[in-house]
Design a protein. Structure first.
Length: 165
């Protein structure tokens, strides 16, 4: 079956649509707490990492969330201004900035996590809810796709250039 004969939306298109739908839903759900979806991802991830005894750098948090390091830096500065996180220099590496939730940040994050868990239960209801076997299988499939590394792009790769005779 050729690529032109795909019988409907491609998996990539559907993943993109679902990601956008869920981003909008989370944005709306956490807005009353003063957060955006991206800020929620950052504070919820930081919350989990802190509970595991880690005080991550911005770079480590970027790697964990899949967000660009520059974007994490921008989000962290905004969250620091809001009093939700503190940014400090890493004593082992003066170039690195460590992040930690403040007490207010912990309280807001716990509320946000509860709100998003309730939202996820609603969004996953067609699969049987958060704890359903279909949801676990869906999560496994998504994890499989996310674990595939992207091939590095090589902008001036000689093998991809057209040669003129």
């Amino acid at each position: 079956m050729g690529k032109d004969s795909w019988p409907g939306p491609t998996p990539g298109f559907l993943v993109w649509r679902l990601a956008n739908k869920w981003r909008v839903a989370v944005d709306r759900a956490v807005a009353p707490l003063g957060l955006t979806h991206a800020q929620y991802v950052l504070v919820a991830s930081l919350h989990g990492m802190q509970r595991a005894g880690e005080r991550p750098s911005q770079r480590r948090l970027a790697d964990h969330t899949g967000l660009e390091a520059l974007y994490v830096s921008k989000l962290a500065r905004a969250l620091e201004s809001a009093g939700l996180i503190e940014r400090t220099r890493d004593p082992r590496d003066p170039r690195a900035v460590q992040l930690a939730l403040t007490e207010q940040g912990q309280a807001v994050t716990r509320q946000a996590i509860a709100v998003v868990q309730e939202l996820l239960q609603q969004l996953l209801e067609p699969l049987g809810g958060l704890d359903a076997l279909r949801t676990h299988a869906f999560t496994d499939e998504l994890t499989t796709l996310l674990d595939v590394p992207l091939a590095p792009s090589v902008p001036n790769d000689q093998s991809t250039r057209r040669r003129t005779p």
